[in-house]
Design a protein around this ligand. Structure first.
Ligand SMILES: *Cc1c(COP(=O)(O)O)cnc(C)c1O
Length: 411
């Protein structure tokens, strides 16, 4: 008799965005004349840039010719892309990464979810709260998160990030083995100054912890003093694994490509304490068994982002989204909301008026203005009393959504 992995049964079926879709659909059925504007889901809307499209066409044509056809690729990714990553994303910041420390993947969700496999099931974990749900759920599946009690997993250290602490997570006063950090942050849109990130690196060195650093929104940083990579901090090469994605950087949510950096120095210890094992080696071993690599076409598409034209075009799109963010930020502030994020990230994190619960405010906004947000509590207990708005929409929709909110709130 085959037995099920019961850890999966601890996960709730209610996926946040499925819940939202259900409520929005019910609203649409009862209000067929209203055009609903969604500022809820975190998907991009602008098409791929011309440099990327051109590279993809070229790669497709190569596949049609015997001499240039490509079959199985290297699991770590093609050299041309790994070298472009090292040269463009790290060297200009004074960071030396070896191409063999780069693992090209099909996006950051896969690797942020899978990385925990190479660490023992009984390591303790810590997350900032609210948080991207993949980090916790992937640990639930292997039994590392414990059980759900009063809205929290029993074996997870939650580090609240709220307006009260200016969204700066407090360093734990005890040892946590695996720490997930995401900056710029989804969902709060806030960033971590260099001196705060340095505290985490020092903590991890002191406790021999591993930091799992999600830099998916790095390209949205506008303020020059904010680190783009954790490796800008001295010592981080010993303790940090960093995840990147072209999804938000260049609209690759449908193309699929990203990469993970695992420096050779990052080690984990065997239970008897006698041996230190290189996680770069272990991840390579894991990937070569379980991962097929990313398609040649996607990797050529990603490479094109690093050409002069590609860089310029990607920058344009990011500017478009960040202009949306600015428009929303100033409109919401004018309407009297406390607004966070939206300056170095495409997300705005908005305090609900009078501490209205997130889901209640979500419904009020839907019924009052036909505008969809994401209830903050869906990202963790400290998200209660907030909503998330994304700036990934069309300009006209962003502007109209703000006008509708104004009309609704002035009623
Ligand atoms: C969107 C997102 C990712 C990227 O996901 P992909 O799998 O690369 O599309 C990773 N981390 C966070 C926090 C995100 O919001």
């Amino acid at each position: 008799m085959a037995l099920v992995n019961e850890h999966f049964l601890k996960l709730s079926d209610n996926y946040l965005f499925a819940d939202i879709a259900k409520k929005v659909n019910a609203y649409k059925v009862s209000h067929p004349k209203e055009r609903v504007i969604s500022l809820g889901i975190g998907d991009v809307t602008q098409p791929l840039c011309p440099a990327v499209i051109e590279a993809m066409h070229k790669a497709v044509d190569e596949m049609a010719v015997k001499a240039t056809f490509r079959g199985y690729g290297p699991e770590r990714g093609y050299d041309f892309l790994r070298e472009a990553i090292v040269k463009n994303d790290f060297l200009p910041r004074g960071i030396h990464i070896d191409p063999n420390e780069v693992f090209v993947n099909d996006g950051a969700k896969s690797d942020t979810g899978n990385i925990q496999e190479i660490l023992r099931w009984d390591n303790s974990i810590g997350v900032t709260d609210p948080i991207y749900p993949v980090y916790i759920d992937s640990n639930v599946m292997i039994g590392r998160a414990g059980v759900m009690e009063n809205g929290k997993w029993s074996n997870v250290n939650y580090m609240p990030c709220t307006a009260e602490n200016h969204f700066i997570p407090q360093i734990p006063d005890h040892r946590v083995d695996m720490i997930y950090l995401c900056y710029p942050n989804n969902p709060t849109g806030t960033v971590l100054p260099k001196e705060e990130l340095r505290k985490w690196v020092n903590y991890a060195i002191h406790n021999e912890s591993i930091i799992l650093y999600d830099a998916a929104y790095e390209a949205y940083i506008q303020d020059d003093s904010i680190p783009h990579s954790i490796y800008e901090i001295r010592g981080a090469r010993k303790v940090a694994i960093e995840f990147h994605s072209y999804s938000k950087t260049a609209g690759f949510t449908g193309v699929r490509c990203g990469y993970t950096i695992i420096p050779k120095e990052v080690m984990a210890t065997t239970l008897d304490g006698k041996e230190k094992v290189s996680l770069n080696h272990l991840w390579d071993r894991r990937q070569s068994t379980k991962f097929n690599g990313t398609s040649y076409i996607s990797q050529r598409a990603a490479e094109a982002i690093y050409t002069p034209e590609g860089k310029e075009q990607v920058k344009e799109t990011i500017k478009y989204y960040m202009d949306n963010a600015r428009i929303m930020h100033s409109a919401l502030t004018r309407l009297g909301f406390d607004v966070y994020g939206g300056v170095n990230a495409p997300y705005l994190w908005v305090k609900t008026p009078d501490n209205t619960p997130s889901w209640k405010f979500f419904e009020e906004m839907l019924f009052g203005a036909s505008v969809v947000c994401t209830p903050g509590v869906g990202f963790g207990p400290s998200g209660e009393g907030y909503i998330r708005l994304t700036s990934f929409g069309d300009r006209a929709d962003c502007e109209e959504a703000m006008q509708r909110l104004e009309k609704w709130l002035k009623k």
